[in-house]
Design a protein around this ligand. Structure first.
Ligand SMILES: NC(=O)c1ccc[n+]([C@@H]2O[C@H](COP(=O)([O-])OP(=O)(O)OC[C@H]3O[C@@H](n4cnc5c(N)ncnc54)[C@H](O)[C@@H]3O)[C@@H](O)[C@H]2O)c1
Ligand SMILES: O=C(O)C[C@H](O)C(=O)O
Ligand SMILES: [Mn+2]
Length: 545
């Protein structure tokens, strides 16, 4: 049915606002429904940016930008693309954490998301169709809200992470925003604060788990695969055990991706490759301590381990390079409650004279003398000065990545790491960090956040309609980013800067699409990854549709 003028003004995918031309205003019966002056997209962008600058807090800025998102997607993505570095921490992490924590209190608009309740499984298909509203959905980000960033269980409020991750897909890689669907699986919450809150908008019961949970997830996977052929299904911020189980169950059968495990693995491997390019060292010579061996921590270890195998090490040799530290201390083969992802990388007590004392990070760093230390623990400030200086005493260029998000949970601040190690540390952080001036050198800090890689990865896989996301596609994504670093400049960052997000998202997408073609995983006619990606790429421009 032809949309009326009012429908168009209310549809963020079709609305041009004051940029509707004289002709369009006649065609769509919009005469008199807008002020007479016709604006260009550029002038709308200028006006919105002026309003944006008036907002005093990051939360207000985000709420304001979301009103633009809710009204006019082209305008939102045009302004986002022009201010990527400035808007990323507002639209995405860390400010998104505040909107997730306050979602029910701030609620004004469901933002075209699908809310799927475990209490109403029979409504699932209808809910997905309603939310898609006839759009050709190619990309879903789904969360169950259990482990949002490092802030824990936020139930239905976690839907904002699905919305936010999808915004970055479009801003960074040019995925068509009309082809995406954010989804939250509301299986309850164990967050007491939410359960006691009158205004909480999600299911007010504790989390359903076990068979009933996995049946619900499976119903969802079957349903979206049926409704949306050629779909790329991105899982985000699931709990530690569920994330791993779900990825293992589906990864060989459908085109699916877990951002916290695989996306983080890729970006951190790329950061390590960048750091080694700067230090001139070899990966196979590095000793690696993972602090916080959960979803992200073990996902990264798995990725770095695969790289060591590719570099020629045998599995048992490669495993010797890793030391996992979690709440129990260094993880040994007899440590209780090991997860399946931790088990391949545990150590033997007989390797250490003082094995029983290796219960905290400091004693492990003293015993192991690592070259690489990666934090995914949610333990704020865990990389203390004495731990870092101890590490720096035994390795020329310590690679230290405090990755826990949002800001207040990071294991260390970039500035401290540079100062404590007298400029020797090669640092990347999870959230954006300002450059550090130290003894006349400006140290640029790379952002090791999966946002630097998942958009290009998804666009590349979608462009060739890949059957699955293979290990090889993942590996080329990491290499394509690691190679971009300018290792000659003093103080160079280990990863490319966020301001070039659009450019290197294309680099990643081309590499991934070409790898899929090479391995015959493509399901369309393209034989050139770059061409396929360019054909799919969306740009924020008004079209007459
Ligand atoms: N930069 C990125 O791209 C990126 C990507 C994913 C996750 N993260 C961050 O990593 C953190 C962890 O996320 P996750 O999804 O892996 O969560 P998770 O719950 O799966 O893992 C956290 C792990 O840390 C362990 N832990 C908790 N407290 C600890 C302590 N005091 N000492 C040692 N270990 C401790 C937990 O037992 C768990 O194994 C979060 O802050 C998240 O924001 C960052
Ligand atoms: O969302 C982010 O900033 C990265 C990551 O997926 C996380 O869970 O912290
Ligand atoms: Mn995440």
């Amino acid at each position: 049915m032809e949309k009326t003028g009012q429908d168009r003004l209310n549809d963020p995918f079709l609305n041009h606002g004051t940029a509707f031309t004289e002709e369009q205003r006649k065609q769509y019966h919009l005469e008199g429904m807008l002020p007479p002056q016709e604006q260009s997209l550029e002038s709308q962008v200028r006006e919105v940016y002026l309003q944006y600058q008036e907002k005093s807090t990051n939360l207000e800025k985000r709420i304001f930008l979301m009103t633009i998102f809710n009204t006019n997607r082209v305008l939102f993505f045009k302004i986002f693309s022009e201010h990527v570095t400035e808007f990323m921490p507002i639209v995405y992490d860390p400010t998104i954490a505040e909107t997730i924590e306050n979602y029910s209190h701030l609620f004004v608009n469901p933002q075209n998301a699908a809310f799927l309740s475990i209490d109403k499984p029979d409504q699932m298909e209808a809910s997905l169709k309603n939310a898609a509203d006839g759009r050709d959905i190619k990309l879903i980000v789904v969360t169950d809200g259990e482990e949002i960033l490092g802030i824990g269980d936020w139930g239905t409020q976690g839907v904002d992470i699905s919305v936010g991750k999808l915004m970055v897909y479009t801003a960074a890689a040019g995925v068509d925003p009309a082809c995406v669907l954010p989804v939250v699986l509301d299986v309850g919450t164990n967050n007491e604060k939410l359960l006691k809150d009158d205004l909480y908008l999600g299911n007010k019961h504790s989390r359903v788990n076990g068979d009933k949970y996995y049946q619900f997830v499976d119903q969802f996977v079957q349903c979206v695969e049926k409704l949306f052929p050629g779909l790329y299904l991105h899982f985000e911020d699931f709990g530690r055990d569920n994330a791993d189980n779900i990825l293992k169950k589906y990864r060989e059968h459908i085109l699916t991706f877990n951002d916290d495990i695989q996306g983080t693995g890729i970006i951190v491997l790329a950061g390590i490759l960048g750091a080694l390019k700067i230090s001139g060292q070899k990966l196979t010579e590095q000793k690696y301590v993972c602090f916080g061996a959960g979803t992200a921590g073990t996902g990264i270890v798995e990725q770095v381990y695969s790289e060591m195998l590719q570099a020629g090490l045998k599995p048992e040799e490669a495993r010797q390079h890793f030391y996992l530290v979690d709440k129990q201390g260094l993880l040994f083969d007899d440590t209780p409650d090991l997860t399946p992802a931790q088990k391949p990388f545990v150590r033997k007590r007989s390797e250490f004279a003082n094995a029983d004392q290796l219960k905290d990070l400091k004693s492990v760093v003293q015993a192991v003398h690592p070259d690489i230390l990666v934090g995914t623990s949610t333990r704020s400030g865990a990389f203390t000065q004495d731990i870092v200086t101890e590490m720096a005493e035994h390795t020329e260029r310590p690679i230290i990545f405090p990755l826990s998000n949002p800001t207040q949970l990071a294991e260390a601040k970039a500035q401290d790491l540079i100062e404590w190690t007298k400029g020797k540390a090669l640092v990347a952080t999870g959230i954006p960090a300002d450059p550090v001036d130290y003894q006349g050198v400006k140290y640029e800090i790379g952002q090791a956040n999966n946002a630097l890689v998942y958009p290009g990865l998804g666009l590349g896989a979608l462009a060739v309609n890949a059957k699955v996301l293979s290990d090889e596609m993942i590996s080329v994504a990491a290499h394509s980013l690691g190679g971009i670093v300018d290792s000659t400049k003093p103080g160079a960052a280990v990863l490319p800067p966020v301001e070039k997000l659009n450019i290197f998202s294309q680099t990643v997408a081309h590499a991934v699409a070409n790898q899929a073609i090479k391995d015959h995983l493509n399901q369309n006619e393209y034989d050139d990854g770059k061409q396929a990606v360019e054909a799919l790429r969306w740009a924020p421009e008004y079209k007459n549709e």
